[in-house]
Write a protein that binds this ligand. Sequence first.
Ligand SMILES: Cc1ncc(COP(=O)(O)O)c(C=O)c1O
Length: 454
Amino acid sequence: MPPNPLAQKDIDYHLHSYTDARAHQQEGPLIIERGDGVFVIDDQGNRYLEAMAGLWSTALGFSEQRLVNAAHRQLQTLPFYHTFSHKSHPASIALAEKLIDLAPVPMSKVYFTNSGSEANDVLVKLVWYRNNAIGQPLRKKFISRQGAYHGVTGLSASLTGLASVHQGFDLPLPGFLHVSTPHFYRHGLPGETEEQFADRMADELEALINREGAHTIAAFVAEPLMGAGGVIVPPATYWQKIQRVCRRHAVLIIADEVICGFGRTGKLFGCETFGIVPDAMVLSKQLSSSYQPIAAVLINDILYQGIADQSHALGALGTGFTGSGHPVATAVALENVRIIESDRLVEHAARMGTLLHEGLAPLKAHPLVGEVRGCGLIAGVELVADKANKAPFESVGKMGKWFTAQAHANGLIVRPIGDTIALCPPLIITENEITLLLERFTLTLEQTYARLNR
Ligand SMILES: Cc1ncc(COP(=O)(O)O)c(C=O)c1O
């Protein structure tokens, strides 16, 4: 067992503080000062295994010198230039070409933004623009899923299927519709097989399209594997059935790969893991290991041609950011993607993912654990009050927070999503570090259980 980096009194302090919202607010944030591989170090010198890669973000960990060097080189050569009014620069061009090369299905063009939210926002606008251009001005509605996370700008928050992102903001905007979360463990009916559940999910989508009128539905937007919504792995036939419905009604398929992209699910893209053929993709986070803020929208030629014709007719495509394709961000992202390739990190992540899931599997028998799920280097462990009937805790989220505080005290950073504990370590994690992660996770689970039964 690893040495406990914090004293028992600290554990009690953390746990106690989470039972009192006011005290928690007064406690202030955990201040992280430094990074070292898969570890981060706080302002008190405590070292944590960062099992969330920050925000599902950094493939290369927290101290990759090659990315620092790439940023430095670019800052010395061309610290800023823009991509407006028929101008560009080598880093942006090289990254766009690289992404087109790597895309799992033929893609035509790349559009850079500074965040995943902006990328989804721009994508909605591009689809509207294109549908106006091709004479289908009524095809404007977007369908996504309850529990999905696609960002927080007006349009991307409307795609997001979380009440916490909508309430108080008058969101979602009209024309943004949500179908069910494909979570069999939680939403499967008694006696229903996973296969039948996937049929039901596809039928629900088709019924919604028919109800609204297919001629009004622009696109279906989804993460291949839902991350922030609780690490939801769809049933095996889900994507095949959903795509059949979309194609039947000429509804575009948009894959939000912001978390799944660049090896997270054990293949380069989540679309490959789940057999998705998207018309557009959104990439971010592991694109630059989040060393620089950047996201990319990839669109296929079907989408691009309408946009090109329309902007030619109108004289401009009136959407862009000062930082779109920023030289430093694109240079760092290009270096990051090259390192993922040259260090064979996708294969490595698949191997480490197998170890992670083998290590988590025995926890399925634990009385506090309802479900262990995930694939590749992403996992969710759902804590329940009553294992036999899957009953959640009365106060949803409280146990997740307890667990997380205890994990912090044990030198492990995880993330609670309600009472599901998410794990998403950097792709560079080693076998020994996976063992350490599992030891600290298991210890935390036992301590949480002991406390519950105290
Ligand atoms: C799947 C997905 N899409 C979009 C976003 C939004 O990205 P950003 O926070 O960079 O705006 C996130 C962020 O977690 C995400 O997980």
